[in-house]
Ligand binder design. Sequence first.
Ligand SMILES: Nc1ncnc2c1ncn2[C@@H]1O[C@H](COP(=O)(O)OP(=O)(O)OP(=O)(O)O)[C@@H](O)[C@H]1O
Length: 555
Amino acid sequence: MFNFIKLINPKKAISIFVLGLVSGGVSFLFLSFINLMVGIILSKQNTSSINYIIYFCILLFGFVWSRRALSYIIIKFSQQVFWKLRSEVLHTLLAANFYQITHRKGKIYASLVRDVGVLTGFSLSIINFLSALVMTVGCLVYLGMQSTPLLLMTLGVSVFGTVIYWIGVYFNNKKLKYSRELEDGFMKSLLDVLDGFREIHMNPGIGHDIYDRKIRKISNESYLNNTTALANFLNVQIIGEVLFYSLIASILFFSSYFIQESPESIVKYIFILLYLLGGINSLMLIIPQIVNVRIAANKINQLRQDLHTETFDNLKETSQLSIAEFNELDMYDISFRYAGTEESKENNNGFAVGPINFSIKKGETVFIYGGNGSGKTTLINVMLGTLKGHAGTIKYNDIIVDSKNYNNYRALFSVVFSDFYLFDELYGFDTIDKDQIDEYLELFELKDKVTFNNQSFSSNQLSTGQRKRLALITALIRFKPILVLDEWAADQDPIFRKKFYTEIIPLLKDKGYSVIAITHDDKYYHLADKLYKMENGQLSLNFTEGLAKKEVVKL
Ligand SMILES: Nc1ncnc2c1ncn2[C@@H]1O[C@H](COP(=O)(O)OP(=O)(O)OP(=O)(O)O)[C@@H](O)[C@H]1O
């Protein structure tokens, strides 16, 4: 079951177990003490002896000490479980394939919020579970020492009650699983609301529709499903209690047949039985939790399996070629096909690109253009390794890319995606060249808007075009040989767009950067060293340096 068990180291497990025994044992001694006092009261003896008070104080001290020690160790353990699980899920995310994540955002949230919570909550329940277990065993031993028939009757009722409970659990398992499935759906809708909040703000009908068609439906189903499941648990619990009360009533009604003992002993038995009932109830209450823990652990495991392709550590770059060291990147007969929809999988008719041949040399500027849906972004994602599973060969500096040098290959690129994300701080840098940043802030006309301090840019209150300039600066100061831009200039005003194509790109070229840009700015196509056209997943070279660029300008 996940790594839940692995998270408990043996030393800690022994401490938890021993403290649980002590805590349950002390509770049981309390019960014995009360029983003793009841016996004394019933036999009309004096209970106000100093010995009893000392005994009581020792028990109280033992109880407080063992409970606190156990609680402390379990609380520490549950916090450890909580953060360990969270970081395991996050590490899996960091290592996962981009498309695996985008399709599973709801599930990821549900696992991080709910499943991790369930597993953490369960670890806290161990405190009560261990105490209840020791109490129950102690009560049964005590009963057995007093009267074997009574022990057998109690055991019979307990076993019968447990069987009924397990039947209830078996039938509820499905409902609890379904409840967890509904949670994935709820998280998905919640993310839709959060991500699409601006659209909802402008058109509240969208929000109402999401609420009515998705969230309300999920909440109704979840309400019915969970109510039935919990009511079923309650029913079997009530049946167990009825059985127990019937046992107590039987003892009261037929005590003279079962047990040839004094009324004081009968009172003590009843007392023990009531305690036992409390203990068994606590044990039973943990069963739905165990079912939920299994579901949660399975969900996290499933998510890990779905996302797990490589470990996070493996993804770290091992060695990065400098801009000066990079000479050439070549792609030979590269092809890739999306898996397609569930229905279309059999026909294998997901969109495909390739076979594609492509090359870029140090300092070259390569533009790729083509209609919407022609496959430009797909090609870039295959090149960057965000889409995995291509056929064909990739070489850089004449080295064939394989699993051993794959991370070095990926370290060649820095990217500004069309739907880029700008982090609050600069992450993943060993050193930051502040002078270079200032120079770029000047070049990108952000000097008056933004300053750089303490790993972060001072202003995030920028327009979309300005934020995109900042994203490009962040990409440039990573000093990777190949800069990939997906429709970068689309958000820039015409004046800055001109500056980008006519001044900035040549400057980057001088610095040795190789630039691959997806662009629709046909006005500037002639400035590229190579121009590729993408059409229906096929890439064709429209010109290379030295060919008639004028023809292209007419496109
Ligand atoms: N995750 C995906 N799963 C399956 N098919 C996809 C996926 N993403 C894109 N496609 C399909 O691949 C095709 C090419 O998409 P791609 O985003 O590469 O086009 P593009 O040339 O970049 O278009 P645009 O100029 O509109 O950005 C599209 O027909 C699209 O339906």
